[in-house]
Design a protein around this ligand. Structure first.
Ligand code: ATP
Length: 247
């Protein structure tokens, strides 16, 4: 018999999340298998970030359940979910500006170690992994947007997640830096991570995602391979009908 882990690492079942009268996520269900990259797409206000918040435990849903690694985590707080193996990055990067790159990553690594030196050594490995080895000792406030995105990923890796939620890691990144960020996400997958990515960039979605879900007004409108989703009329209008705005 298949264990729950083999069947799906994450199962979001019939989740609704409302803020007053605004239903941000409306009876949403999704599953993510171990080792998979799932992309969440949709226009502004579609409910993508709220879905991340509900999975990470920032918001308790009004109804529905979330099962992770065979455990019902619906009522678990964010720190419990982090310990269970759910890591995340934020759309707006928020490093500790006055700490160095490696110190920022140490914050995530500290709970796993008894000494600062051990935490620093592990943090340094993630800093190298994301390609910031040459910037390890500079203050985080001195980083470019692309470098901040890499730092976010290193910080999340330091919490040792099984599932990583990446919120627009290509957002605000210039065309020159985009291939490097895409390669980095592939590297995280190759490290054995399962990923859900909120992504607007079709090139990134096509290169990275095994599956994509297109949301609008809190509802799942379509699900399929990136190629299948790209032929959905609303997706064409939103992503492909705007010249190279998201290309
Ligand atoms: P974007 O691409 O702009 O980040 P999104 O798809 O991530 O959009 P959400 O941020 O999840 O969308 O927002 C979905 C809806 O829920 C929006 O109408 C938003 O205004 C509303 N919303 C989200 N968070 C809150 C909150 N804390 N309080 C009230 N309304 C909220």
């Amino acid at each position: 018999m298949q264990s729950p882990t083999q069947a799906s690492l994450l199962k979001v079942d019939d989740i609704t999340m409302a803020f007053g009268g605004i239903v941000a996520v409306d009876k949403l269900s999704l599953t993510v298998k171990a080792g998979e990259i799932l992309a969440l797409m949709g226009p502004n206000g579609a409910g993508k970030t709220t879905t991340f918040h509900v999975i990470a435990g920032v918001h308790m849903p009004n109804s529905g359940t979330i099962t992770f690694d065979g455990q019902d985590i619906t009522r678990l707080r964010p720190d419990g979910r982090c310990r269970a193996g759910i890591g995340r990055t934020f759309q707006i990067t928020q490093p500790f500006a006055e700490l160095t790159v490696v110190e920022n990553v140490m914050v995530g690594a500290l709970p796993h170690h008894r000494t600062m030196a051990e935490a620093r050594a592990e943090a340094r490995r993630y800093v190298d992994m994301v390609g910031l080895g040459g910037r390890a000792d500079v203050l985080a406030k001195g980083l470019s947007t692309g470098q901040r995105k890499r730092l976010e990923m290193a910080r999340a890796m330091a919490t040792r997640p099984k599932l990583l939620l990446l919120d627009e890691v290509t957002g605000g990144v210039d065309m020159k830096s985009l291939p490097g960020i895409i390669e980095l996400v592939k590297k995280l997958r190759d490290e054995g991570l399962t990923l859900i990515i909120i992504e607007h960039n079709m090139k990134a979605i096509t290169e990275l995602a095994d599956r994509a879900i297109f949301m609008n007004r809190g509802v799942r409108m379509a699900e399929g391979t990136p190629a299948e989703i790209a032929s959905h009329p609303e997706v064409i209008e939103l992503y492909l009908g705007e010249g190279d705005a998201h290309a």
